[in-house]
Design a protein around this ligand. Structure first.
Ligand code: SF4
Length: 721
């Protein structure tokens, strides 16, 4: 047994649970990962990714030197280069000078709107804060977004509209205080495994009743008192029918509605049409189950709702999320411990990146960019002349790509994201990325998007830098550097400071001291001056007290485990009348199945990290889940090659025949470039949140020949350290 030189406490880099890790280091090598038993987040538990998935940082394909493409790339002729032979290793000065020169040239010739940036939900708060600051303060554009647009944007919009705050209202561990909880559009066993453990304990140990509402028969159904297997995209009718029952049977909370809400009459009138019979017709869920679920939720002492991407990733995602908010306001199940509205955030720091203003409509702290007072406040903080910051809303991720062209976006900076795997309708995405005049990628590996770049800036992993992540339940936690950076790789915040100083000089902006941070702790000092919810967060406190849940108003404030005890940020909670809107695509004779996309336990997002780790041996190839009833009709057996075709593209992968997926629905994880699920999805957006509909593209399925399968990545792309 090795004796470590040091054991470094930090936070998991994968999902939004934010499990606390201990990295055991010997000779600057992380050889073991454990978890502290006294962690309030994970109590000594880790899932397979947290425990065994860190080896990606030693993968031989990790890029540790700045690179520029040998062959200059032109708009419309841009090509992918995975092979290092196609790149030239250069110094940091050469790489950053080139990036600054090209970005400033495009800015001078075509203006602010020709530039856009993808921030990163895997990077730290400090990294994201700096990147959006560069684009806002130096380039004067709000074309700043990140993958929250592709996951919980509709939850954010709905919660802002209804209560004025978009974060989880409760600590995840409070699930054991629920008498009843609804889980919908979420598969926590695979996506938030440690929260799934807490949910199982809530049911089996503490006697909570669980209502699962989901088109897939996920593992949590085994723990449920009620399971409502709805058709994809019929959330509004089901949850509104529950509201209908609660209204008809007088189970609503009159006192709460009178004291803390508005627009009740209009909402109640709009629920008239959602009888359980109508909802059954649309959703396929038995009217009796809907009535039973409504009574169970409404009459509980403490009830809460948990959801993930099955709710927001829809062309009517905002309405879906509002149907959940309406239920909480109707019953008063919010504002107390063990009650509330809880959108489970996906990536390790998607909550933090959103808090840091990595979005096109908000400065840090969700302060609207089109509000004059907010703009002036940030001009002062960033030393920008009065009126200098743009008051115009920027473009979202999908809009940025759509705007690529001579009269739109010409240059894109991607920090740690992989739109060539995560955007919908990848053929469209590819066409747009090829059309860019200049592309910068800042990452650990040359992924499917970085392979198109002109310049590649090698960043360090989470284990090689300091900073903070904010997890799904608003807990800001310290990330500690455990090992030195590999090769010449640098921390994102250091790369960005070096770039910002060059940009300042080239743009002739007044010199300021704001890029001369010696440590990420100094960046947090600036963040807390601009974001009241982070006002009391200092690195000293995080070291002494552990994680702090925002809002933390000042240095004496203890943090806020659950929200809205007295009031909502917008004052009264607002009910929203709703209508049923079908999915953008509905099954027909030609495309009879609904495709749902998502994640599996062993992999993470676009696969940049887990496909370069041992996780890839545990789940090495894409699988399409199909119900046995459908498989029999199509003559498909477990493991057969199948061709899945949508109106946009076709992919071939193996079938997994399983009752986890309900009849008429197939499921494909989106981590695998060999059969990229997002080639099949469409780019229709929710009109309010601009989020695509990843959960409901229609497809047809047919048996294919095994030789049509795209082979696994070649060994050198997988490699071993
Ligand atoms: Fe990491 Fe999430 Fe697994 Fe915890 S549950 S170890 S945060 S991936």
């Amino acid at each position: 047994m090795l004796t470590p030189d040091r054991i470094v406490p930090t936070v998991c880099p994968f999902c939004g649970v934010g499990c606390n890790l201990e990295l055991h280091v010997k000779d600057d090598f992380i050889y073991h990962v454990s978890a502290p038993f006294d962690s309030v987040v994970n109590q000594g538990n880790l899932c397979v990714k947290g425990r065994f998935g860190a080896d990606f940082l030693y993968h031989p394909r990790r890029v540790t030197t700045p690179l520029i493409r040998k062959k200059p790339q032109k708009p419309g002729e841009r090509t992918q280069a995975f092979d290092l032979e196609e790149w030239q290793a250069v110094s940091w000065d050469e790489a950053l000078d080139l990036v600054a020169e090209r970005l400033v040239k495009i800015y001078r010739e075509h203006g602010s709107d020709a530039l856009a940036v993808y921030c990163c939900a895997k990077a730290t708060n400090e990294d994201n804060y700096l990147l959006q600051k560069i684009y806002r303060a130096l380039f004067r554009t709000n074309n700043v977004d990140h993958c929250t647009r592709l996951c919980h944007a509709a939850s954010v919009v709905a919660l802002q509209m209804a209560i004025g705050s978009s974060a989880m209202s409760n600590a995840a561990a409070e699930v054991i205080d629920n008498d009843v909880f609804i889980l919908t559009g979420s598969n926590p066993t695979e996506n938030h495994p440690i929260i799934a453990l807490q949910m199982k304990a809530a049911v089996r140990k503490y006697g909570a009743k669980l209502i699962v509402v989901d088109p897939r028969r996920i593992e949590m159904v085994d723990y449920a008192t009620l399971y409502l297997p709805l058709k994809p995209g019929t959330d509004v009718p089901v949850f509104s029918a529950m509201a209908h029952v609660i209204l008809k049977e007088g189970l609503y909370n009159r006192q709460f509605i009178e004291q803390r809400t508005e627009n009740f009459e209009a909402f109640a009138a709009s629920m008239e049409k959602f009888t359980p019979e109508v909802a059954e017709e649309i959703s396929g869920v038995s009217r009796h189950l809907i009535v039973e679920a409504a009574r169970m939720y409404a009459t509980a002492r403490n009830a809460a709702i948990y959801w993930a991407l099955g709710i927001p990733e829809s062309t009517h995602g905002t309405a879906n999320a509002l149907s959940l908010v309406n239920l909480a306001l109707l019953t008063g199940h919010i504002g107390r411990r063990g009650t509330g509205l809880n959108p489970l955030r996906g990536q390790n720091n998607v909550q933090g990146a959103s808090d840091m203003g990595a979005m096109p409509w908000h400065y840090p702290g969700y302060q609207r960019v089109d509000n004059e007072e907010n703009a002036r406040r940030w001009e002062k903080l960033w030393n920008v002349e009065s009126g200098g910051l743009s008051r115009r809303l920027g473009l979202t991720t999908t809009e940025i790509l759509s705007a690529v062209g001579p009269n739109g976006v010409r240059a894109l900076y991607i920090m740690g994201e992989n739109p060539m795997m995560s955007e919908p309708d990848l053929n469209h995405t590819r066409k747009k990325i090829i059309g860019l005049e200049f592309l910068v990628a800042q990452d650990l590996f040359i992924n499917e998007s970085g392979a198109f770049a002109d310049v590649f800036l090698p960043a360090v992993s989470w284990a090689e830098k300091d900073g903070t992540f904010t997890n799904t339940d608003r807990r800001v936690q310290r990330v500690h550097q455990a090992i030195p950076p590999r090769g010449e790789a640098r921390a994102d915040w250091q790369i960005l400071c070096d770039l910002a100083k060059r940009l300042e000089r080239k743009l002739g902006r007044p010199q300021s001291a704001y890029w001369d941070y010696a440590h990420p702790g100094e960046i947090m000092e600036e963040i807390r001056r601009g974001v009241p919810e982070y006002g009391g967060i200092t690195y000293d406190r995080l070291e002494k007290e552990g994680g702090l849940q925002t809002p933390v108003w000042d240095e004496t404030h203890p943090g806020t485990p659950y929200l809205f005890a007295e009031t909502f940020p917008r004052g009264r909670g607002k009910f929203h009348p709703l209508d049923y809107v079908p999915n953008a695509e509905m099954p027909d004779d030609e495309y009879p199945f609904v495709l749902s996309t998502g994640r599996v336990l062993e992999h993470w997002h676009g696969g940049t990290m887990t496909r370069h780790s041992w996780m890839d041996d545990l789940y090495p190839a894409p699988l399409m889940e199909i119900h046995p009833q459908d498989a029999i009709q199509l003559g498909i057996e477990n493991g057969d090659a199948v061709r899945v075709t949508s109106r946009r593209a076709s992919i071939v992968l193996r079938a997994q025949v399983t009752e986890k997926t309900n009849p008429g629905v197939v499921f494909i994880p989106f981590h695998f470039h060999e059969a990229a699920a997002n080639l099949l999805t469409h780019d229709q957006l929710d009109p309010q949140a601009k989020i695509p509909e990843y959960k409901a593209a229609v497809v047809r399925v047919a048996k294919a020949r095994p030789e049509e399968l795209t082979s696994r990545p070649e060994p050198q792309r997988r490699g071993r350290f």
